[in-house]
Design a protein around this ligand. Sequence first.
Ligand SMILES: Nc1nc2c(ncn2[C@@H]2O[C@H](COP(=O)(O)OP(=O)(O)OP(=O)(O)O)[C@@H](O)[C@H]2O)c(=O)[nH]1
Ligand SMILES: [Mg+2]
Length: 352
Amino acid sequence: MERLGLVGLPNAGKSAVFNALTGMDVPVAPHPFSTTETTVGIARVPDPRVERLAEMSHSKKVVHATVEVTDIAALVKGANTGEGLGNRFLGSLREADALVFVLRAFDDPNVPGESDPTEALATLELELVMADLESVTSRRERQRKAVKGDPALAGEVAALERAEAVLGDGTPLYRSGLSDDDRRLLAPAFLLTNKPALVVLNLGEDDVERATELAAKFGDDALAVCAQLEMEASRLDPDERAELLEGLGLGEGVVPRVAAAAYHLLGRRTFLTTGEDESRAWTFRAGASAPECAGVIHSDLQRGFIKAEVVGWEELLEIGSWAKAKEAGRLRVEGKEYVVQDGDVLEIRFNV
Ligand SMILES: Nc1nc2c(ncn2[C@@H]2O[C@H](COP(=O)(O)OP(=O)(O)OP(=O)(O)O)[C@@H](O)[C@H]2O)c(=O)[nH]1
Ligand SMILES: [Mg+2]
């Protein structure tokens, strides 16, 4: 499962975003460092396509895709030298697939702290860079010794040296222009800035209309949310939530947008399965073949893969049922080479 790690200054709204995403209830309070431990939660990625297919197939169960989210303690300037709570919490992010910077952009006299998202991002990036620089330097020293006995490590040593230079200039690796090969060779070092990063701007209620414009300053994938409202909305039942969010101009709310941005960033796609038992969304890597996608469902399906029957979700809805699609010869039969597309509905034929 994909995991997103939240990073931010104190009182930026990380825990509010976490609660909005996961429906959990970690402490949210107007004083710095209200979070002192790491919490991992699961966010359901709502996908209207599954709901529609479930309706069509009269499925007993609807299963949405999920992402994991990690809430950690705040970072402050100088965390790498022990300021605030220090930077030991960054260890909890080493297993994340992507970082989500939560930047405060709301004004509230009752919540201490600045609302300068540009400055906040610079501070946070520098702390991550410092943490990475420390990891890279110590690993580079170790691998330089090891390479004498194991020449195969030469590539990694060179990549570590290049990373050290970039980080030494204060640049996060995700913005460094290092080659994909170098980025891969650095994987064993579990660096923080070797992950893709996404900005979530936490806006005040009054700025909701300007959300798109404000987020655009932080890159194509950046998005703006209203964490406090979204958190409150997440406590309501689905109809009330939709009504509240619509009324506030927040559209479908934070979860689908963060999930979609993260999937895009990570190159993830969705395929679907549907039947009377359940309709379900599954996550796969863009470019994956039919057997690889079968393996997402169960390893037996990959091992014993024979063929996949495939139809696009919209086409299937138009036809009205899997049985009719089959009867009308509208299911494509695809083999091992088939590259699965986002929105494909699959049935795997296998034999183990
Ligand atoms: N007005 C306003 N207040 C917000 C918003 N988002 C969060 N807050 C408030 O800001 C305070 C801090 O929110 P948290 O979610 O605890 O922030 P955090 O980043 O987790 O903070 P630490 O755990 O202390 O690092 C809380 O009192 C929230 O109610 C917002 O969009 N608008
Ligand atoms: Mg918190």
